[in-house]
Structure formats: structure tokens, C-alpha cells
Design a protein around this ligand. Structure first.
Ligand SMILES: C[S@@+](CC[C@H](N)C(=O)[O-])C[C@H]1O[C@@H](n2cnc3c(N)ncnc32)[C@H](O)[C@@H]1O
Length: 492
């Protein structure tokens, strides 16, 4: 039907390419929405390592491009460096699990079974048994895809060829249930035990739960697996089946057994929920098979296949995906954490730089105050001196011009400071000072006293005593000159 589940099985899937190819083909066929709802692709192998690779869904880009058309590559894979990764949201439908083709019960109700290049590892007898379990696994009308060298299938009579060249077979609709998936007879090499015991031993040790109810309604046989699974005691074998809990729990079996006796046809009960002693839930498919002897149904054999394991594996896969998302989140968290730490360190560094700057600032403020203080002090000294004080730098630019100088020559300090002294137009014969000033700023740093005639700011002729002395700091070579000017006859 349109909404019926579609189940595909890649048996011997190795690193998973076949399973993903099945997913791609099925998704192309039914569309993404239906794919998510209806399709399950099981990939199984005996090799855990191969399965771990399969679960990653990651392949070399060249391999993916070699196997699929460009539209499919674009639609189903995401590029990651040189690799391509199968789309995460569709990946949920692909379930990988460990499964041994020789020992484990098959997956049931399979519509498409692909087993390529794997059967060839087994001898003819084992191949026959595996093919028989594939027959059991497939739904009626289900398809079996084999590899090139797996020719034995035609001789088993279990499948009808659909496409010889491509090795595609079909389980016939309305076909009788195939041989049970596990041999009722052991391989020829093991025939040391008498045949009767052999049958019993095989039945007793089969890895699936099997019971037999006879015509009289007595539980005639229950193998070890069945006794463990359903909590049956050996003393319950031989008792009327209807008196046992198993006859109605977990599923009503009495009427179905009657039906098989009457109709002589096998029947199946799917997805029976069995609550386990430990609290878990096991899903079972029950197969009821009439045992016909002398044209009469003498018993009904019930085989219970545990299919719930795959549901658990589905949960496990989801869990794995959640775990990897969690890991990604954790990684991001770690990254944020370390970025945060870096920011915190930077913040601390900035804070300490800030503190240093503040300290420097305070120091500078204090120095400015000190300097202001010194300036006031100096100005007071210069102001209270009776002489005109003129300080020149090495380039003979005026640096200091005190109040007495202002009074004498009628120029304010703002007007002369920064001017070249020899260019000043004042009542002093500056030319005559040129030589002594140059002598003062040279290395020898001579002190020269001279008297000069001058004209003061009121135009009166006066005589002035001038002392030109070198300006030295810390006993170094002079880096300027001091010119002291006093009106002759006035106190210094
Ligand atoms: C050559 S690979 C085939 C891979 C894939 N089907 C293909 O055609 O490319 C054969 C696979 O069969 C697996 N295999 C061998 N014995 C097995 C067994 N008893 N049960 C399940 N798988 C088995 C191997 O692990 C291997 O991955």
C-alpha cells in the first residue's frame, strides 16, 4: 500500500555503501516525506569495525561521484573537505547493526534484500541455509538482489528469477513459508550423533524460541530459548497449552493455533510486545506452522523471532546522533569558554594598563604643580631684582624678559619672547653686545662686563652696565646666555 512500511536489508554491508545507495534509490522513488515515514534500511555485517565506518556515512567525494549521478550527489550528500557526508536528516532511516548471517535470526518482513559478494565466502551448504533464511526474511513478492558469482540460488527453488543478468530474484506471492531459518539437520560432517538426538539437540539449542503444541492441545516441546524467554519450567512441558499463561499472554495464541489446525496453513502474528522480567520490552514476530504427517496436521510449531532488537538499535542510532550533537555543542562550548578566558585576560591586562596610566597621570599632575610652583618662585625672584634680566638660548632667541627689562625698554615680555635678540629694536646698542654674547655661548663661556650708552623708553640718554654671562646647567657646556642690564649708578 501507499503508506505501508518499506523495509530494505543490506546483508554483509561492510562499510555501508550499499545501504546508503538503497536509501538514495528509495528516497528518489517515494520522495523525502514518505521516505522519512515509511522507509527503513538495515545494514548488517559481522564486522564491527566496518559498521563503525558505515555509521559515519562519510566517503571520498570521488567515490560518491563515481557511484551516483550528479543530481543525487547534490541532493543526498554534503561536502566536507575531500569527503562527502550522507544527509543527517535522512540518515535516521538507515540503521546499522551487527548480525551474523550464519548464527543470527534474520530480519523479518523485508521488501528488498541485497546481499552481494558475501555468499561466496561460505560453502554450498551454508549458502543454502542462508538463502533459506533470506526466503524466510522476505515478504511475499519481496526482491532478492545477489552478486555476480552467487549462482546457487536458482537451484534452491525458493526464488523466481526476475532478471537473470542482474541476479535479481523474487519470493513468489502466495509461496509457502520457506524452510525455517535454522537447519533441522546438521551439516554432514557433524553426523556422529544419531539422527533422532540430532534433531532434538538442534531444536533444543536453536537461537530462536520454538514451541510445539500437539493435536490434543498439549505443549509437546519448548526449546531452551523459549523456556528462558517465556519463563516456562520443564515441568510445564506435557501440560495442556491452554492452562499456560503463554497461551493468552503476550498475545492470544489459542484461537490462532486452532485456525492453523483447521486451515492447515501457516500464519504470522507481528510485533507482539513482550514485557521482560528486567522491565524492558521485546518485540516478537510469531510464526505458526502446521506440521503435517500422514496427510493430517499432527501439531503446530510456533517460532518466535525477536525483532525488537532492531528497534533498540534504532534508538541507539538516535542516541548516537544525539551524542554527537552533544559533542558538537560541548566543543562549541569549550571554544566559547576559551574565547571568554582570552577576553578576561585581555580585560585584566587593560585594567592594569589603565591603572599604570592613572599612576603616570597622577605623577604628571604632581610634577605640573611642582613646576607651576617653581615658575611662580622664579618669576618672583626675577621680578624683585633691580636689574633687567634677559635669558637667551644658544640660537640667541629671547627666553626670559623680566619686568625691569620691560620698564627699561618699553617692550612687554610677550612681545620679545621667541624673537632673535640681535634683531630687537630697543634703545640699547645691541650690535655691541653681539660679540660678547657669542663668546658667552661658546665652549669657553666667558663673562664680560661692559658699560654702554643707551636710550630708555622715555627717550632719555642713560648709561647702562651690562654683564653677559654663559648659562650653564649642571656644569655642562653653555646652552645659552644671561644678559643683566643695570642703569649705571643704581643699586643692583
Ligand atoms: C566483500 S564484502 C561485501 C560488501 C558489499 N556487500 C559489496 O558488495 O561491496 C563481504 C562482507 O561480508 C561480511 N561477512 C563475512 N562473514 C559474515 C557473516 N558470517 N555474517 C555477516 N557478514 C559477514 C564481511 O565482514 C564483509 O564486510
Amino acid at each position: 500500500g501507499q503508506d505501508a512500511p518499506l523495509r530494505a536489508w543490506s546483508a554483509g554491508c561492510a562499510s555501508g555503501e550499499e545501504a546508503y545507495s538503497l536509501a538514495v534509490v528509495l528516497c528518489d522513488a517515494v520522495g523525502e516525506d514518505a521516505f522519512r515515514q515509511r522507509v527503513k534500511v538495515y545494514g548488517t555485517d559481522a564486522d564491527e569495525e566496518a559498521l563503525a565506518t558505515a555509521r559515519l556515512g562519510r566517503y571520498r567525494a570521488s567515490a560518491v561521484k563515481g557511484a551516483l549521478n550528479s543530481e543525487q550527489v547534490e541532493r543526498y550528500f554534503e561536502a566536507d573537505g575531500d569527503d562527502m557526508v550522507f544527509r543527517k536528516d535522512l540518515r535516521r532511516a538507515v540503521i546499522f547493526g551487527r548480525h551474523d548471517l550464519v548464527q543470527d535470526p534474520p530480519i523479518s518482513r523485508v521488501d528488498i534484500l541485497v546481499c552481494r559478494n558475501t555468499l561466496m565466502y561460505f560453502n554450498a551448504d551454508t549458502q543454502r541455509r542462508i538463502l533459506s533464511s533470506f526466503h524466510f526474511a522476505l515478504s511475499e513478492g519481496g526482491y532478492l538482489f545477489l552478486g555476480k558469482s552467487e549462482a546457487l540460488v536458482s537451484r534452491t527453488g525458493l526464488f523466481t528469477p526476475v532478471d537473470h543478468k542482474r541476479h535479481i530474484f523474487m519470493k513468489e506471492r502466495g509461496a509457502r513459508l520457506g524452510r525455517p531459518p535454522f537447519p533441522q539437520t546438521a551439516p554432514a560432517a557433524a553426523r556422529a550423533v544419531p539422527p533422532d538426538d540430532l534433531g532434538e539437540m538442534t531444536f533444543e539449542n536453536a537461537p530462536v524460541a520454538q514451541i510445539v503444541v500437539d493435536r490434543a492441545g498439549i505443549l509437546a516441546l519448548a526449546n531452551r530459548h523459549a523456556r528462558t524467554l517465556f519463563g516456562l519450567g520443564l515441568n510445564q512441558v506435557g501440560r495442556p497449552f491452554k492452562d499456560l499463561e503463554l497461551s493468552y499472554r503476550p498475545v492470544e495464541l489459542r484461537s490462532r493455533i486452532d485456525q492453523v489446525f483447521n486451515e492447515r496453513r501457516p500464519t504470522t502474528v507481528s510485533d507482539v510486545q513482550l514485557t521482560l522480567a528486567g522491565g524492558g520490552v521485546e518485540y516478537l514476530d510469531a510464526y505458526l506452522l502446521p506440521i503435517v504427517t500422514d496427510s493430517e496436521t499432527s501439531a503446530v510449531a510456533l517460532t518466535f523471532l525477536e525483532v525488537g532488537r532492531y528497534i533498540n538499535e534504532e534508538l541507539e542510532t538516535t542516541n548516537e546522533e544525539l551524542q554527537s550533537t552533544n559533542e558538537e555543542l560541548e566543543t562549541t562550548n569549550e571554544e566559547l569558554h576559551s574565547t571568554n578566558e582570552e577576553l578576561e585576560t585581555m580585560n585584566e591586562e587593560l585594567q592594569s594598563t589603565n591603572e599604570e596610566l592613572e599612576a603616570t597621570n597622577n605623577e604628571l599632575r604632581q610634577r605640573t604643580l611642582d613646576l607651576d610652583d617653581s615658575n611662580v618662585y622664579l618669576e618672583a625672584i626675577l621680578g624683585s631684582m633691580g636689574s633687567g634680566v634677559i635669558v637667551l638660548n644658544r640660537q640667541l632667541t629671547v627666553r626670559v624678559w623680566n619686568r625691569v627689562s620691560e620698564d627699561l625698554w618699553g617692550l612687554r615680555s610677550e612681545e620679545v619672547e621667541g624673537q632673535h635678540f640681535l634683531n630687537l629694536d630697543i634703545g640699547l646698542p645691541i650690535d655691541e653686545l653681539s660679540q660678547p654674547i657669542r663668546a658667552a655661548v661658546t665652549a669657553e663661556g666667558e663673562i664680560v662686563d661692559i658699560r654702554l650708552p643707551a636710550v630708555n623708553r622715555r627717550g632719555r640718554a642713560i648709561d647702562v652696565d651690562v654683564r653677559v654671562a654663559p648659562l650653564r646647567r649642571d656644569g655642562q657646556a653653555p646652552d645659552g646666555a644671561i644678559v643683566l642690564v643695570r642703569q649705571a649708578g643704581e643699586p643692583a
